[in-house]
Design a protein around this ligand. Structure first.
Ligand SMILES: [Zn+2]
Ligand SMILES: [Zn+2]
Length: 276
């Protein structure tokens, strides 16, 4: 398995998850159709290479180009009923729609994909863990807080793309209006650097090959602050941290199962209680 970002941040998001010859999935499409095609090209892909588009939630930075791209290139779309009804209903050709259930793993491009429900101010938002027999990738952005179910789902990853949206002090002292500051920092907003570090602490980092800072605010954070917060949580992650940028995204990263560690991921504990 390998993955790349075509852009990450509040102006647009898109992540590519490729499972060899089985196919490639585009997670979110927050760019116009034309810009998405150009950004795919920059990663060596065309729309013909996509097995489908997965959508986390209906905010524009994740969904802006989904319907247009899907309709034009006949790409199946996978999302929750809440996300579909909030934004795609009436825009997306419904023959392309594949509804998914939060918490219910489904299969696409040879990967087992778990939609993890997250606290965020959208109708039915999910983030995702992608797994094959030899690799496990967790992608977590657009969550205002962390709960036990999230921690359980994201354990055992070989690679983690983790939202470090804002630095609390920069947000408090920055130019956003008070109401927006409250929204961003609220329990249904975005993960700050310390919350991301706390998530990393809780899921552990044994076997982590890539740790990617994502959805970083260009106004209320700096890559250096975000990286330092993660290093403070897990100094052993030095050397595996990269930042996915708004303009440049992130070049392809490959996940390789290390020799002697090809043991299957242990079954997840069932966690039904929430700590929001
Ligand atoms: Zn977002
Ligand atoms: Zn959002």
């Amino acid at each position: 398995m390998r993955f790349a970002s075509i852009g990450s941040g509040s102006d647009g998001n898109g992540t590519l998850i490729a499972n060899g010859s089985e196919g490639t999935v585009l997670l979110d499409c927050g760019f116009s159709g034309r810009e998405t095609v150009a950004r795919l090209q920059a990663r060596g892909l065309s729309t013909d290479d996509l097995a489908g588009i997965l959508v986390t939630h209906e905010h524009s930075d994740h969904i802006k180009g989904v319907a247009r791209l899907a309709n034009r290139y006949r790409l199946p779309v996978y999302t929750t009923w809440g996300t579909f009804s909030a934004r795609l209903n009436g825009e997306l050709d419904e023959s392309l729609l594949n509804l998914i259930e939060p918490g219910t793993t489904f299969s696409l491009a040879g990967m087992q994909i778990e939609p993890v429900p997250v606290p965020h101010d959208a109708r039915e938002p999910c983030q995702f863990v992608f797994a094959t027999a030899s690799a496990r990738l967790g992608i977590l952005t657009d969550a205002g807080s962390i709960n036990r179910q999230m921690v359980t789902s994201y354990q055992g990853c070989d690679a983690l793309m983790l939202e470090c949206n804002h630095d609390l002090r920069m947000l408090a002292e920055g130019p956003y209006p008070a109401q927006l500051k409250r929204r961003v920092a609220g329990a249904l907003g975005h993960l700050n650097n310390q919350q991301a570090a706390d998530m990393l602490r809780q899921v552990g980092h044994d076997g982590l090959q890539h740790l990617i800072v994502t959805h970083i605010s260009q106004t209320n954070n700096t890559p250096a602050l975000a990286v330092q917060a993660l290093l403070d949580a897990r100094s052993a992650t030095e050397g595996i941290i990269q930042v996915a940028g708004q303009k440049s995204g992130l070049d392809w990263c490959s996940i390789s199962r290390k020799q002697n560690s090809a043991k299957p991921v242990p079954p997840r504990q069932l966690a039904i209680d929430f700590e929001i």
